[in-house]
Ligand binder design. Structure first.
Ligand code: SF4
Length: 173
């Protein structure tokens, strides 16, 4: 029998913006999926994992995913059709990972996001605005949140900044 074979899904708007047309899908599970989290963690990139809660959070494409013992949440959903498709795909993926768990080395590691000031120190710090952000500080924050790419900072891609760019890449950005 599949780990997840039944669930209820609901859509909600962010509490800070009840008029929003972007939704969050919350899936209530009828099973405890705590044990699969380290195996899912081993298959995704830059996931934040807290075993004691437990919770596993990561981003893929435009969405942010959170798995808890009896709940799945997916952010940045445009409508119920998209929510249904994404949740079905995720449930299928989790079930597949669970079935193959004897072939997967579980990961109990948690990705640690770089600090804004550590990223800022390695940027050109001219506040030129070429990246579309008002200042390098805002760009640093956006890169950490995966809203911008290092490549969006044209001055950083110049030869004179090669060392800084390499250091930022080493931080996993
Ligand atoms: S393009 Fe680079 S240097 Fe210019 S504001 Fe953006 S982060 Fe700063």
């Amino acid at each position: 029998m599949a780990l997840i074979d039944d669930y209820d899904m609901e859509l909600s708007t962010p509490e800070c913006d009840l008029e929003s047309s972007i939704y969050r899908a919350t899936v209530r599970l009828h099973a405890d999926i705590s044990d699969v989290l380290p195996f899912v963690n081993a298959t995704v990139e830059k996931a934040e994992y807290i075993a004691g809660v437990p919770v596993l959070v990561w981003s893929e494409g435009a969405h942010r995913y959170a798995l808890r013992a009896d709940e799945i949440a997916v952010s940045n959903i445009s409508d119920r059709g998209e929510a249904t498709r994404i949740v079905q795909e995720l449930v299928s993926r989790i079930n597949s990972i669970w079935e193959r768990r004897d072939q997967i080395e579980p990961s109990y590691a948690s990705y640690e996001r770089p600090k804004v000031l550590d990223v800022l120190k390695l940027l050109p710090r001219t506040n030129c605005g070429q990246c579309g952000m008002p200042a390098c500080m805002a760009f640093a924050d956006a890169v950490i949140r995966e809203k911008k790419l290092l490549a969006d900072c044209a001055p950083l891609c110049g030869e004179e900044c090669a060392g800084q760019l390499a250091a930022l890449r080493e931080m996993g950005l």
